[in-house]
Design a protein around this ligand. Structure first.
Ligand code: AGP
Length: 364
């Protein structure tokens, strides 16, 4: 496919810039203010069935798997259904117990990823109920699923996913409110999340305005041979995704760890030549995250924090606007897309077509 670059030098830059509109699109027509809930036309799940779900298992690959990790925590947090995410191929090959009370959700930008499709087909063969959270309308996974939520990110051309990742997480937030309001999410909390979702496009716009500063930071970190990404609970999938993005397009080695795991091993890697990107939201874990920054600083590690306010232990802080705690991961990922982008640009990489990668992996 080839689409107009609209004045951008790369599709990746265009797609990062489109996120305010893309998020607007995934929300449009789905919010019901009267009952502080969300309507999802294609879900195919009546309230009685929704109340009967005992577990949620989310399956995807790569960036979509990372979106699924955030999706699982949104669903578990708001709908209070135990939920987790797993790479689709791992799931398929470990002969999992397929349980009739589990809701399976397949996540995919393309809707054609073989490992995800094969997992869906195996689940269907065993009588499971499978929903899709998919971007491409009418794709194989969308057709195979019993119902689902379209992500409406629009066409994504760059091999690495940016706007579709963001929109997929927003789609999961909608699904979490929908399931939550059928179960135990209060009217007040439903309203709080809905209002938070509505603030996202303007807040993303605000983050994108900081691009020049992020470009300067990228120039300072582009000489790193390796980078550490850390986050805690909600911040951990953000760290995973940001590290994948950096690897894919800049070819800089990166690792992502839960901040709490540092002292159980990876702290041995910390030295001035190994910078750390830390996700530090202003939530109930702020003090814990600050303690991790101190541990890194004590080993002379350079720190770039993504936070809601200046972090004094960090060498640099990228400040993002605060939303509801549950929705913060959506915003915290965005400056790190730009960081990966400008790092790759500084290193002269082929950003839209990184070596060895394909946009969708339709073979095993
Ligand atoms: C995106 O940055 C990657 N190129 C890759 O991890 C991708 O997310 C994965 O292959 C899954 O693709 P899908 O979302 O189209 O199923």
């Amino acid at each position: 496919a080839s689409y107009d670059m609209g004045g951008h030098d790369t599709y990746m830059h265009k797609e990062i810039s489109e996120q305010p509109d893309a998020v607007d699109r995934v929300l449009r027509g789905r919010i019901d203010d009267r009952f502080s809930t969300v309507h999802l036309g294609g879900l195919n799940l009546d309230p009685r069935e929704a109340r009967g779900i005992r577990r949620v298992k989310i399956l995807g690959c790569g960036t979509s798997y990372h979106a699924g990790l955030i999706g699982a925590s949104l669903i578990e947090g708001m709908a209070r259904i135990p939920a987790d995410a797993e790479p689709a191929s791992e799931f398929r090959y470990r002969n999992p117990v397929v349980d009739p009370d589990t809701l399976y959700i397949a996540v995919s930008q393309s809707g054609e990823t073989y490992d995800v499709l094969a997992a869906v087909q195996e689940l269907k063969r065993k009588g499971a109920r499978v929903l899709g959270v998919v971007n491409v309308v009418g794709s194989a996974i969308a057709r195979e699923a019993d119902g689902g939520v379209y992500v409406h990110a629009g066409p994504e051309v760059c091999v690495v996913s940016t706007k579709c990742f963001t929109n997929t997480v927003v789609a999961f937030a909608l699904l979490a409110v929908h399931l939550g309001r059928i179960r135990d999410l209060s009217v007040t909390d439903g309203k709080r999340i809905i209002e938070g979702l509505r603030r996202l496009p303007a807040q993303i716009e605000e983050i994108l305005k900081g691009e020049e500063d992020i470009k300067e930071l990228a120039a300072q970190y582009a000489d790193a041979k390796s980078m550490m990404f850390i986050g805690r609970v909600r911040g951990y999938p953000v760290a995973l995704e940001a590290s994948l993005k950096l690897k894919e397009i800049s070819y800089i080695h990166a690792e992502a760890y839960p901040a709490s795991e540092l002292k159980h091993g990876p702290l041995a890697l910390i030295e001035p030549a190994m910078p750390t990107v830390a996700i530090v939201p202003d939530d109930d874990l702020l003090e814990k995250n600050r303690a991790a920054l101190e541990e890194i600083k004590a080993r002379s590690g350079r720190i770039l924090a993504v936070a809601h306010r200046e972090q004094e232990k960090a060498d640099h802080t990228i400040i993002v606007p605060k939303n509801e705690d549950e929705l913060d991961p959506i915003l915290m990922g965005i400056p790190l897309q730009l960081l990966a982008y400008h790092t790759a640009l500084a290193l002269g990489r082929d950003i839209d077509k990184p070596r060895n990668l394909a946009k969708s992996v339709t073979v095993e």
